[in-house]
Design a protein around this ligand. Structure first.
Ligand SMILES: [Zn+2]
Length: 141
């Protein structure tokens, strides 16, 4: 992550793990099943747009995890949040496509922009509230 993505730091790795665990939480809550059912009946662009909402919600849940880790264990160190947000920025679709020498094409995005990923992570972190992570109801991501 540090070498290929420019996303170094222990908390950058923690964010990525938390993001994957968040997908498991989404699965347990039935969110993934429902979203994927709708995706199968959608156009490619619509399916991608739903994917973005799934992924940004996982980023928001990751932020809640970070908030809880800090509240319960006090384990966040100076710079940790910045590492997570930097990692979220580095794996935004626009940044990945730009780094691959392409012009970012929003209809192909499946994970959200760098800005969106960082913002949804921080939204989860600041609120600690799953109700604030309803990307499916959000008018603006
Ligand atoms: Zn994901």
């Amino acid at each position: 992550m540090s070498r290929q993505l420019g996303a170094g730091g222990d908390f950058a790795a923690a964010y990525v793990v938390a993001h994957e665990v968040a997908h498991h939480v989404q699965d347990e809550l039935g969110i993934l099943g429902e979203a994927n059912r709708i995706r199968q009946q959608s156009s490619q662009a619509q399916s991608n747009a739903i994917s973005v909402r799934i992924e940004l919600q996982a980023d928001c849940f990751s932020g809640i995890w970070a908030q809880q880790a800090q509240a319960m264990l006090g384990t966040l160190e100076a710079g940790d949040l910045e590492e997570a947000v930097n990692a979220a920025h580095q794996i935004g679709d626009d940044t990945l496509q730009r780094n691959a020498g392409q012009t970012p094409m929003p209809h192909t995005f499946t994970h959200g922009t760098s800005k969106q990923r960082g913002e949804w992570f921080m939204r989860g972190y600041r609120s600690g509230d799953m109700g604030q992570c309803d990307t499916f109801a959000a008018r603006n991501l």
